[in-house]
Design a protein around this ligand. Sequence first.
Ligand code: AGP
Length: 367
Amino acid sequence: FLVSKGNHRHFMEKEIHEQPEVISHTLANYLDFAKGTVRTDATPLDFSKVDRIAASACGTAFYAGLIGKYWFERIARLPVDIDVASEFRYREMPLSKDSLALFVSQSGETADTLASLRYCKQQGLKIGTIVNVRESTMARESNTVFPTLAGPEVGVASTKAFTCQLAVLASLAVAAAKMRGTIDEQEERQLVRELSEIPRYANHALRLEEQMETISRDLSQVKHVLYLGRGTSYPLALEGALKLKEISYIHAEGYAAGELKHGPIALIDESMPVIVIAPYDHWFEKTVSNMQEVAARGGKIILITDEKGAAASTLNTMHTIVLPDMPEIIAPIIYALPIQMLAYHTAVFMGTDVDQPRNLAKSVTVE
Ligand code: AGP
């Protein structure tokens, strides 16, 4: 198909920069900004009749689902079981008929996710799929399609599809909360207002690009990188590590910050940067104490935080990336952008084939 890079060096760069616009389109499909409510017509599924969500996906789409789990459980008090589709499809998990089977996929063709979808269908479950390609097999085989309006994503490394998946998941969590009576009208209006701010904050994050490029020059010199985060920043740590390894070929690992002392702390030395994703949220103090453990062992910290977080942290960091303070629900979407830019510019410094990294396919249609 004919999609052009425009003035950008790579599709990935173009797709990173499209995010404010495509997220805004996606949100408008689920939220009525004028009324400050979720659009119930876009959510033709009664979440008050759902007792659990059984979710699965692969790669970046799986990490989006993992962030969604935090939202559904906290805001809508709806438990979510989530697994990578390659495990889910064979694990013979006991599924209740009142569970919603939820799948997340950019392409709608990923073999393991599709097999999991068919498995759940056979078990008689309702199937909902968050998908970017409207004509895909998964879209056709689902009872309810929740589209992401990201437009065609060409770069093998998923960027705009990921943040649009998050925008849909956050909107659905608010819709589910409304239907289940766990938020009142005022809280609904407040959450919708907060979500409507994503494009503005995303634009702000994109303005940090020069700083990301400078930091990436340092990253392109190292062999290993560790990403840490708590709460919704934990799946982002996993996503940051995946993004870096797939396009720059630098070994990277993502960990829940609280897991540090259960093993990975042994790796810390002056040669391994530790990227800490820590907005000033209710996990912040805990993450700071993990950073102290890293600093005490000579680890070099790259902190991604906000103004309040930067003011509250007294640690010596190698770099601190400061985003504006923002509502907690939108932070994972906005913090994804510096993470993508770091991976992108590091790969550019390494001279790899950014849009078409070795050994990878855009859509994995074989098991
Ligand atoms: C992400 O950057 C990847 N290239 C990969 O993990 C991808 O997200 C995964 O293969 C799932 O693809 P899908 O969203 O098309 O199902």
